[in-house]
Write a new protein. Structure first.
Lengths: 197, 361
């Protein structure tokens, strides 16, 4: 059963009525409230230009399907991220290529700067960690990657992720626990970046 | 061995730091959102989504796209669907041969997909025809050959100086796993995936529902994803007839889906598999259950921006550089530019041809 979070109410700003006969104003407000953050999240996932288009597509799909938005089942934000997550399915390859590129670039930085001083060494550590994480993220299933990054990058609460993905909150929490444990164990072992995309 | 290789497990804080680092290099460029906002508000004040029963071909959304481009670019762009014929013809209406016979060594199962891809070319809405050919060897575990190319047929572009790159892209994938593919599954079925499909209606129906990538919390949005799963498999032309039968029957068991006898866009009797949420439909030959066509009342391919635009022009594009295009094929290093062939789009989104060949392209 979905639970309306504290401070959230039907018809409120986070659960607006989108089913009116003139959707323009409501969707304008919806866009202004969520588009920028959604774009940043999507840009990290698939790159800046595809992100702009995905934002456009997300809101157009939302508009087309506005009659099916049910405020009592979730916030508009989680609904939008659910739509965007579905649309991201078409960009899995480019996301994986981006993660690989990140992994390679970070490793290149490591080899060119290592050993200068302690500050550089810290940067190198961070670069290596980024490279390892990118490589590990590329090995997650799309569903696991969505779950993790909706929390870590989009800033959604697990309950919102559950709303977005249409799965029970308990599943989100257990999935997060499993993913994070896997990453903690396996990301440091990402020595070679393989072509996965 | 480096020191950091000794410690094999990150702390929670280290993982969070890595996630934050990886998320920190996103450019804060929100200017691209202007187009998205304009698109949204234009759509909100314009046409409603077409009713499910309205089916008039993939060109129908051009008017909406044109309205959006006009709003953003300030240009009077019309949804001009040109009249000169040029696209590669859809398959003639003849009975399909027996494609389910065992292949002899050296023979290949051939599948061709002619699909109209939605693009906005230099600010104008257009549909570009793409041909995707697939050769699967007698032993499906062998190397598959996939060739993707634009046919040169374009609907909606009148610019005479526009040229389209017709150079095909050839890919080879052992067992159907191509270099850019992710894990095999319903979205990207390979030889092993298809071989594992059992002709069990109930089992397949369960899989079509439970393994759908649909993320909508309302199950009414799942049927299109299930339809896509079915289409991805049938497009290969590899699944045996009993699996095709079970798969089509199973799809009818998915909530929000329907399977009814009808006619393909070219008039042939067909089994129609439809998704009530979007109106997308697949048409299967009633006798062989081979895929004939796929149609959608709304563009199933997203409008995206990319530098991989296959179309070039001697003239400078409009000032708004971020024209959206949908691209599924990147420009190869060697180009084969040809003028576009203006075309009329009256058929479905995609038509399919299957055959048995003795060469792999």
């Amino acid at each position: 059963m979905q639970v309306i979070h504290e401070g959230s109410e039907l018809g409120g700003h986070d659960r607006p009525d989108l089913g009116g006969p003139e959707p323009g104003p409501a969707f304008g407000r919806l866009f202004d409230a969520h588009a920028a953050a959604l774009r940043r999240y999507l840009a990290r996932r698939v790159g800046a230009e595809p992100a702009n288009d995905l934002v456009a597509e997300t809101f157009l799909v939302a508009l087309r399907r506005r009659e099916t938005y049910r405020p009592e089942l979730g916030t508009a934000r989680s609904w939008l991220y659910g739509i965007a997550t579905n649309l991201l399915r078409h960009h899995v390859r480019s996301e994986l290529r981006g993660l690989q590129a990140t992994a390679r670039l970070a490793r290149t930085g490591e080899t060119s700067q290592a050993g200068h001083d302690s500050r550089v060494a810290e940067q190198v550590d961070a670069q290596l960690r980024t490279a390892q994480l990118a490589g590990a993220l590329a090995k997650l299933s799309p569903a696991d990657r969505d779950t993790l990054l909706l929390v870590s990058w989009a800033g959604l609460e697990p309950a919102e992720v559950a709303e977005a993905l249409g799965i029970p909150p308990g599943t989100v929490r257990s999935r997060l626990h499993r993913i994070r444990r896997w990453l903690r164990t396996n990301a440091p072992a990402q020595e070679e970046v393989q072509d996965l995309a | 061995m480096r020191e950091d290789n000794v410690r094999k497990i990150w702390s929670e804080a280290e993982l969070d730091a890595a996630l934050a680092d990886l998320n920190s290099d996103v450019a804060e460029e929100d200017d691209g959102l202007a187009f998205a906002r304009a698109s949204l508000l234009a759509a909100a004040g314009g046409e409603e989504a077409p009713p499910e029963t309205r089916r008039a071909g993939p060109w129908r959304w051009l008017a909406v796209a044109a309205a959006v481009v006009t709003l953003v670019g300030g240009l009077a762009v019309g949804a001009s669907v040109l009249s000169s014929p040029a696209p590669e013809p859809a398959r003639p209406a003849v009975a399909l041969p027996d494609l389910d016979r065992p292949l002899a060594p050296g023979e290949f199962r051939y599948a061709q997909k002619l699909v109209w891809v939605a693009q906005i070319v230099f600010g104008k809405p257009a549909l570009l025809q793409q041909k995707i050919e697939l050769w699967i060897p007698a032993d499906p575990a062998g190397v598959w050959h996939r060739r993707t190319m634009w046919t040169g047929a374009v609907s909606g572009v009148e610019e005479p100086k526009v040229q389209i790159n017709l150079t095909p892209r050839d890919e080879y994938g052992p067992g159907g796993r191509f270099p850019d593919d992710t894990a095999a599954g319903w979205q990207q079925p390979d030889a092993a995936f298809v071989a594992a499909l059992v002709p069990d209606r109930a089992a397949l129906a369960k899989r079509l529902t439970n393994e759908s990538s649909a993320r909508w919390k309302d199950s009414r949005f799942a049927p299109t994803d299930s339809l896509t799963m079915v289409r991805s498999v049938l497009e290969l032309g590899l699944a045996p007839k009993n699996v095709r039968l079970a798969l089509s029957q199973a799809f009818g068991d998915v909530p929000g889906a329907f399977v009814v006898p009808g006619h393909a866009p070219d008039g042939r009797p067909a089994l129609v598999l439809g998704a009530k949420d979007t109106g997308q439909r697949l048409y299967l030959d009633q006798a062989t259950l081979q895929l004939l066509a796929w149609d959608s009342p709304v563009p199933p391919t997203m409008i995206t921006r990319s530098s991989d635009l296959p179309v070039t022009s001697e003239a400078a594009p409009p000032s708004y550089q971020h024209v959206p295009v949908t691209t599924t094929v990147a420009l190869p290093t060697t180009t084969n530019l040809r003028p576009v062939a203006p075309a009329t789009v009256t058929g479905p989104q995609a038509v399919y041809t299957f055959a048995i060949t003795r060469t792999s392209g």
